[in-house]
Write a protein that binds this ligand. Structure first.
Ligand SMILES: Nc1nc2c(c(=O)[nH]1)N[C@H]1C(S)=C(S)[C@@H](COP(=O)(O)OP(=O)(O)OC[C@H]3O[C@@H](n4cnc5c(=O)[nH]c(N)nc54)[C@H](O)[C@@H]3O)O[C@H]1N2
Ligand SMILES: Nc1nc2c(c(=O)[nH]1)N[C@H]1C(S)=C(S)[C@@H](COP(=O)(O)OP(=O)(O)OC[C@H]3O[C@@H](n4cnc5c(=O)[nH]c(N)nc54)[C@H](O)[C@@H]3O)O[C@H]1N2
Ligand code: SF4
Ligand SMILES: [Mo]
Length: 674
């Protein structure tokens, strides 16, 4: 007998799909898109269609395990949960007595976007006085840049794009990382709209676009400001929106006026004709929708790029809420009281803070030293910058690493104590979205596989075993979920909490276009902002940290960016491709100079590390720029990952990472001994 249960995709993807799980004899046999979800519309990506394979994968972690081999070797023996609890409690208590809470470093991100499970460790870590970590790895630079200009205003509903005559995908590979937005692109194009892609390489989306602008990586500020200068000089801007909803335009205008257009052109990497062509498209198409990606912010000018692009959008009045006009970076659909999930009040005093992208540094040089690392919802060995240093840190004999995981990831292989985690199909949670305006609760679809525990059950039990009796540790999952749910603001007027049933999708009031996005939050767009003395007051040009570094340019002549591909979700699903080393796209002229041919194994290297990938020789990339899509697992054979090449330095704002700003040299791999 089969039955179908509703659930929600927990992965870190803007689309947060409504799913239908088909269950037979207690096993999930397939997943499909829910036709009742207004954004999913019955379709899901192929990654998620294959999730049942992951659920029952031979690489699934089924039981608690203790390391028997060397650190990183991935050899373990099974133990019982009783033994695991005993070891955990005695180890943590020893840490607290001997070294204090700051010797404990938690590390988690968004492997599971269910809000209760995502933040489940926070109350215990606050209680223990553990080191706090800044969750900067994804959207911190983008968020900080957006906030500086746009304050509390969120993004436009994605379906507005269906009525646009120009859609701009700016630094986002919609067909790979935001696939459901494509439905609006298709609808708009059927009515004659154009799709313009602005990206350093001709990605899947650009290949299907009407127009493509190959910006220099990190050149978006220059491009946006150059276009804004052209539009200002043509006196084309939306002066009524500028006066009704914005402040500080005169200062930015004065900067644009005194800066020659050639400087913007030069730093953007596009030609003056291309810049003029984009300006003309904006003039011809008042109904423009900008879908802006986080991808363009993963460099040392990333926060500034968001400020410049949103200034261009504001100059064109795209925030005015009129049909077909909009800009979407994050939906910002709801606001809830985060402390109902994290309980910072449990901390007796404020402990030190470490930026999560500095994990390598934290494990090798922090003073006082990190003695215990607790990882859940994340695969830091693969996703964190400077992987070489991270792995060196994890090999420290005096470090105790606890990893709560679903499958045998590169990080799990370094665990001293490895613990089995449920997947979203085995636990209840609450899911919101950052790319659209719906949320919902999904109950478990099947019982936990083997001895796996959800993050919530794991941390609640651990806290109680540690002897903590504070009220948050007595909560059931439903208590915590509902206390957060009832704190939420932003539901549409029709919503009534008492009538809510699992599996229902709740719409945000912001999911409807109604007038200026600033008027509805009672704020104004800030072209100029003096609030942060470390940032220029208005968007302006600056040099890139690694790309424009004079010492590095000659030694490492190629620029490297590392965007997602359609097989992996960050590093999730890596176990399905653990025999693949991944590819790197190289321009034919560069390949000829390097004597590299299609399909060759090539070694990318810099002073941080080296990685082997398979060459794709193609004009999809620019000269001097190589593109390595996908965070493949280092793999037992190579024990390396693409982030070995990436710096621990921060972006210009928010402490974000520089995943798209590394300098490398390239050699045929056979020149090196493996
Ligand atoms: N299939 C798949 N989907 C995903 C993910 C995944 O790994 N795989 N990751 C998920 C997560 S966690 C997130 S945060 C989002 C990521 O979403 P985004 O980062 O918003 O989108 P991406 O498609 O990753 O954007 C990467 C694009 O930005 C481009 N880019 C890089 N540098 C620059 C630049 O300087 N300027 C411009 N204009 N473009 C630049 C890259 O070439 C690439 O085409 O996607 C989510 N969805
Ligand atoms: N080079 C490069 N590096 C990048 C990026 C890039 O574009 N290029 N993108 C960055 C971005 S945008 C992000 S968001 C980060 C993402 O970094 P992470 O959040 O670490 O994401 P994943 O690699 O997907 O790993 C999530 C892990 O959590 C586990 N997991 C899932 N659900 C649960 C659960 O309920 N409990 C427990 N205990 N574990 C669970 C999964 O099995 C998986 O191994 O990576 C960043 N790293
Ligand atoms: S990964 Fe994204 S597109 Fe795929 S099912 Fe999940 S939310 Fe939908
Ligand atoms: Mo992300």
């Amino acid at each position: 007998m089969q039955n179908i249960k509703k659930t929600i995709c927990p992965l870190d993807c803007p689309d947060s799909c409504g799913l239908l799980a088909t269950v037979e004899k207690g096993r999930v046999i397939s997943l499909a898109g829910d036709p009742e979800h207004p954004y999913t519309n019955g379709f899901i990506c192929r990654k998620m269609r294959r999730y049942p394979e992951r659920l029952y994968s031979p690489q699934r972690i089924l039981y608690p395990q203790l390391r028997t081999g060397k650190k990183g070797e991935g050899r373990f023996k099974r133990i019982s949960w009783e033994e695991a609890w005993d070891r955990l409690v005695s180890k943590l208590q020893e840490m607290l007595t001997k070294h204090g809470g700051e010797a404990i470093l938690p590390f988690s991100y968004a492997g599971n976007m269910g809000l209760v499970n995502r933040f489940a460790g926070f109350p215990l870590f606050h209680k223990m006085g553990a080191t706090q970590y800044l969750q900067t790895i994804c959207s911190a630079a983008a968020g900080a840049g957006w906030k500086m200009n746009c304050g509390k205003a969120g993004g436009s509903p994605p379906d507005v794009a269906a009525d646009s005559s120009l859609i701009i995908a700016w630094g986002i590979n919609v067909r790979v990382s935001n696939v459901h937005f494509w439905q609006y692109v298709t609808k708009a194009r059927k009515a004659g709209a154009r799709l313009l892609v602005i990206d350093p390489y001709c990605n899947d989306t650009a290949r299907s676009a009407d127009d493509y602008i190959p910006v220099s990586p990190g050149g978006d500020t220059a491009l946006a400001l150059g276009i804004l200068k052209i539009l200002t000089e043509k006196q084309w801007l939306d002066t009524s929106f500028i006066s009704s909803d914005t402040d500080g335009f005169e200062q930015l205008e004065a900067y644009l006026h005194r800066t020659p257009l050639s400087r913007f052109v030069e730093q953007s990497g596009v030609t003056i004709d291309q810049m003029n062509a984009v300006a003309s498209l904006l003039i011809e198409n008042p109904k423009t929708f900008m879908r802006v990606g986080v991808g363009l912010t993963r460099n040392s000018r990333g926060g500034m790029a968001v400020r410049a692009i949103s200034s261009l959008a504001a100059g064109c009045g795209l925030f005015d809420g009129q049909p077909g006009r909009g800009i979407l970076l994050f939906s910002g659909a709801y606001s809830g009281d985060q402390t109902k999930l994290t309980f910072p009040q449990l901390a007796a005093e404020k402990s030190r803070t470490i930026n999560m992208i500095h994990l390598g540094q934290a494990l090798t040089t922090a003073d006082p030293a990190v003695k215990a690392l607790i990882v859940y919802n994340a695969n830091p060995v693969s996703v964190v910058p400077d992987g070489t240093t991270v792995r060196r840190g994890l090999c420290r004999e005096d470090l105790f690493s606890i990893v709560h995981e679903q499958v045998m990831t590169p990080t799990a292989r370094y665990a001293d104590l490895l613990l089995p985690a449920t997947t979203f199909l085995e636990n209840r949670d609450f899911y919101s979205a950052y790319g659209h305006f719906y949320l919902g609760i999904a109950d478990k679809v099947i019982e936990p596989v083997a001895e796996s525990l959800s993050n919530f059950d794991f941390f609640q039990t651990l806290a109680r075993n540690m002897g903590y009796t504070d009220p948050p540790f007595q909560q059931t999952l439903n208590d915590r979920l509902m206390s957060y749910f009832t704190s939420l603001k932003g539901m549409s007027e029709e919503f009534c909490l008492d009538d809510y049933r699992d599996g229902q999708y709740v719409a945000s009031e912001f999911g409807r276009q109604h007038g200026s996005m600033f008027a509805r939050v009672g704020e104004r767009f800030q072209f100029c902002n003096h609030s942060d003395p470390t940032q220029p007051a208005w968007p302006c040009l600056s040099d890139g940290a690694e790309f424009d570094h004079p010492d590095l340019i000659s030694r490492f002549p190629y620029k490297l960016i590392t965007p997602p591909n359609d097989k992996l979700l960050n590093s999730t699903f890596g176990e399905m491709y653990d025999q693949e080393i991944g590819e790197v796209i190289i321009h034919p002229d560069d390949a000829a100079e390097l004597n590299i041919h299609e399909g060759d194994r090539v070694r990318l290297h810099n002073f941080r590390g080296s990685v082997v990938r398979k060459a794709i020789v193609s004009t999809d990339t620019q000269r001097g720029l190589v593109v390595a899509e996908g965070i493949y697992w280092p793999g037992p054979s190579q024990n390396k990952g693409i982030n070995d090449l990436v710096s621990q330095k921060c972006a210009d704002m928010g402490g974000g990472a520089l995943f798209h700003e590394s300098r490398v040299q390239i050699e045929p791999a056979d020149k090196w001994s493996e």
